[in-house]
Design a protein around this ligand. Structure first.
Ligand code: IPM
Ligand code: MG
Length: 357
């Protein structure tokens, strides 16, 4: 059966970077059927909603989806439930892609681009597994209310259930089994929360510990509070292998980890649900409105998101390996966009990668 790939270029630099990713995909897997859909702020402008039922239905029936980026200052005053970001949260929720894989690796050619000392990041290879469809992002009740005294109160609800914790923890443990030997002191899974102050964090720690004893005692498990882990990541990042985090801490720690690697413009991500359901792939970077439309954005994160899709959803690890090597070689030969200290345009960077395929 023909495999199908849905592209949702979205806003800001999204269309620019996904264009390059599509070119790469069409070269390494020409038989895959690629189509595009409206998403995010541009979908709101056209259809009054960031995610139409039609695009959602097409996403559900695809093998993999690549989302470029959503959001921008022009939608800052759009009603909350119609904001571009809400389209993304709804898409993640509807597809039930609860395990967000965010690798933070440092390509050898980029070790010097990191804001940290080269020896701290050379060879860095971390996998962050972030819970993506629950926690404070989705917990009810949430809102902004006016109290009797006229003061306003904003509130969100951080909450997790046993099954939500267990299913994402299982993914992290399984990934760690395939990454033996990586990381240093914390070479297995580092589970992170704030169990010292949050009950949802305490439950997280208890459930992860239980699952570990039941099914994964061969994998090393450490618990590190999220504030301490944030510190460890800039002190000795190579001590860490797999990080298991909830939705909010995973969001923050993955941005931090991305900066270790030289540029957030390099990092892809995969959001996975149960086997056999479509995976959602996204560059970790946002819509970067400050450089949108200028042809300056680094397309590597989008290209490497295609690489992850080939590997995790489309069962084409050979094609994925080709893409990975092409990016690595292009970087080694000196290809650099502005975020990496160079001057190549988005298209020229795409060309440099394609030249190595
Ligand atoms: C991310 C982004 C999103 C998130 C935003 C755009 C809603 O920061 O994918 O990391 O917070 O999940
Ligand atoms: Mg984020």
């Amino acid at each position: 059966m023909t495999q199908t790939f849905l592209l949702l270029p979205g806003d800001g630099i999204g269309p620019e970077v996904t264009r390059e990713a599509r070119r790469v995909l069409e070269i390494v897997a020409p038989d895959i059927e690629v189509s595009e859909g409206d998403f995010g702020g541009m979908s709101f402008d056209l259809h009054g909603t960031p995610l139409t039922d039609d695009v959602l239905a097409r996403a559900r029936s695809s093998d993999a989806i690549l989302m470029g980026a959503v959001g921008g200052p022009q939608w800052a005053n759009v009603p909350r439930d119609k904001r571009p970001e809400m389209g993304l949260l709804r898409l993640r929720k509807e597809l039930d892609v609860y395990a967000n894989l965010r690798p933070a690796f440092c390509f050898p050619a980029l070790a010097e681009a990191s804001s940290l000392k080269t020896h701290l990041v050379e060879g860095l290879d971390i996998m962050i597994v972030r819970e993506l469809t629950s926690g404070v992002y989705f917990g009810q009740p949430k809102g902004i209310e006016t109290m009797a005294n006229g003061e306003r109160r904003g509130f969100d609800n951080a909450q997790y259930t046993t099954s939500e914790i267990r299913r994402v923890a299982k993914v992290a443990f399984e990934i760690a089994r395939g990454r033996v030997g990586k990381g240093g002191v914390y070479g297995g899974v580092v589970s992170t929360e704030k169990s010292n102050v949050m009950d949802s964090g305490l439950l997280w720690r208890e459930e992860v510990t239980k699952l570990h004893v039941e099914e994964f005692s061969d994998v090393k498990l450490d618990h590190i509070l999220s504030d301490a882990l944030a510190m460890l990541l800039v002190k000795s990042p190579k001590d860490v292998n797999v990080i298991l985090a909830d939705n909010l801490f995973g969001d923050i720690l993955s941005d931090e980890a991305s900066q270790l690697t030289g540029s957030i413009g390099m990092l892809p991500s995969a959001a996975l649900g149960e086997p056999g359901t479509p995976g959602l792939y996204e560059p970790v970077h946002g819509s970067a409105p400050d450089i949108a439309g200028q042809g300056k954005a680094n397309p590597c994160a989008a290209i490497l998101s295609v690489e992850m899709a080939l590997r995790w959803s489309l069962d084409r690890s050979d094609a994925a390996d080709r893409v990975w090597k092409a990016v690595d070689t292009a970087l080694t030969k000196g290809a650099r966009t502005a975020d990496l200290g160079g001057s190549l345009s988005t298209t020229a960077m795409g060309d440099a990668v394609i030249a190595e395929l």
